[in-house]
Design a binder for this molecule. Structure first.
Ligand SMILES: Cc1cc2nc3c(=O)[nH]c(=O)nc-3n(C[C@H](O)[C@H](O)[C@H](O)COP(=O)(O)OP(=O)(O)OC[C@H]3O[C@@H](n4cnc5c(N)ncnc54)[C@H](O)[C@@H]3O)c2cc1C
Length: 421
């Protein structure tokens, strides 16, 4: 098959939350966008699915939240740290201003499909799925495009600028010779699986929450996942799972049942083989630089976060929102040089550092032991709830940087841009 050649304004690699939000913002601004995505459908199992209020507000403003929610989602009003039957920490999202005063558990496919639906309304959009980016095109030392191949055919996309939104193992980042900056601070094994709850205790779950059960040094994340499942993530020290698994599946199930007693029955009933469990390598990192001549990195490709505190999607969406006006300006000025594009990193890096520090504190709260952690801290947390510090921490967890706004002044289309064909 011949290689298809495409010329566009911006080539985005990766149709995750960062890539598709950026694509939609650029399309609304009259910019032509090609998105290269290796998968053919957004049906991958292990995507993060808890959205914080910051991402909800931005997706709502973009006009995609209602459609995404209509595909199916659960609201959660609180984040709780639990040990046995004691609640050690209770973060109540209802203290935030409505309507986005909750966490939303929503399959990422529901958000991505809705974003895609909106992007497809624009003539300037090309969606190149089923194609894996495998090479960077360059002229005179600057990146000018991407080569991609896969079941949908080979393609070469030439663009004013390439955006690497291809996730934590970013191929584009590697091709550009940029180090991932992996840090071992949050190196974890996460055993990730879902159990079907069916209609069981539906009434009791009118008020849903995201829970972390502190079980020794291995906290377990639990939340209701749409439609009738519960998502469980057992975090272990990096390579720690090997030792547990060596003692056999029954032992693993016993440990899990001890860690999350309310689900002991379902664990024994539904985990029948190691194939029912997925082991994920989770880490954090920050790429050594986020821009090159003709290239900029966003989302997990630029900074990867541990799943602790469910921050990754919030940050990816906000990255797109912040990069959008810079790319519009870059096109206008005809400048996609590293010096111009690195303004994004200068603006965004302090936010990322603050969130990483906060995740460090959250992770300590989950892992620490002893009388202070189990007896004194819950009392302290209850008292703190009525102080401005608590509100500041809640705002940081919920919004990241609360001042991130969509640059609507760049928009040239306001909703009537349906394709004629
Ligand atoms: C176990 C786990 C649980 C998590 N839970 C949460 C959570 O509850 N809430 C939360 O906010 N965050 C969570 N996260 C993090 C969150 O999923 C990510 O931060 C977020 O998805 C990053 O978005 P992104 O668009 O930057 O990258 P991604 O979502 O990773 O998207 C990258 C896209 O690029 C595509 N791609 C990759 N390589 C290529 C290539 N060579 N060519 C073409 N396409 C390519 C991929 O197929 C993918 O579609 C979790 C992460 C893990 C590992």
């Amino acid at each position: 098959m011949d290689t298809e050649e495409i010329r566009t304004d911006i080539c985005v690699v990766g149709a995750g939350p960062a890539g598709l939000v950026l694509a939609l913002l650029l399309l609304k601004s009259g910019v032509r966008v090609a998105v290269v995505e290796r998968a053919r459908a957004h049906q991958r199992e292990f995507r993060g699915e808890i959205l914080q209020p910051g991402a909800l507000a931005l997706l709502d403003r973009l006009g995609v939240l209602a459609g995404a929610r209509a595909r199916g989602a659960h609201e959660h009003t609180a984040f709780r740290l639990v040990e046995g039957d004691r609640v050690l920490l209770d973060i109540d999202y209802r203290a935030l201003p409505a309507p986005h005063n909750h966490l939303l558990s929503i399959p990422q496919a529901h958000v991505l499909d809705e974003l895609l639906l909106h992007c497809e309304k624009y003539d300037g959009f090309r969606y190149l799925d089923g194609r894996r980016a495998g090479s960077l095109l360059s002229e005179d030392g600057r990146i000018t495009g991407v080569g991609a191949d896969g079941p949908s055919g080979a393609v070469e996309v030439r663009a004013h600028c390439v955006v690497a939104a291809d996730g934590r193992f970013s191929k584009v980042r590697r091709l550009a010779g940029i180090e991932a900056g992996r840090s071992d601070m949050f190196d974890l094994d996460v055993l990730w699986f879902k159990l079907t709850t069916g209609d069981r205790d539906r009434a009791g779950r009118q008020m849903r929450d995201v829970r972390v059960y502190r079980a020794g040094g291995s906290p377990v994340l639990v939340y209701d996942s749409w439609p009738d499942r519960v998502q469980i993530g057992w975090t272990l020290p990096h390579k720690g799972y090997q030792q547990v698994a060596a003692r056999g599946l029954e032992y693993v199930k016993e440990q899990l049942a001890l860690a999350v007693p309310p689900y002991a029955g379902l664990i024994h009933e539904q985990i029948r083989s190691p194939r029912d469990l997925s082991l994920l390598d989770v880490f954090s990192g920050r790429a050594e630089r986020w821009a090159d001549d003709g290239l900029v990195l966003i989302g997990d490709a630029a900074h990867t976060h541990s799943p602790i505190g469910a921050q990754g999607i919030n940050l990816a969406v906000q990255d797109a929102v912040l990069l959008h006006p810079l790319l519009v300006e870059s096109l206008r000025a005809g400048d996609a040089g590293a010096a111009f594009l690195s303004a994004f990193e200068r603006k965004r890096a302090p936010d990322i550092e603050r969130v990483t520090r906060l995740q460090g504190l959250q992770s300590k709260a989950m892992l620490s032991h002893g009388a202070f952690a189990t007896r004194v801290r819950p009392k302290l947390a209850r008292l703190l709830k009525y102080t401005p510090v608590y509100r500041k921490v809640l705002d940081r967890i919920a919004y990241g940087n609360p001042s991130v706004r969509i640059a609507e002044e760049c928009f040239v289309h306001h909703g009537q841009e349906r394709r004629s064909r």
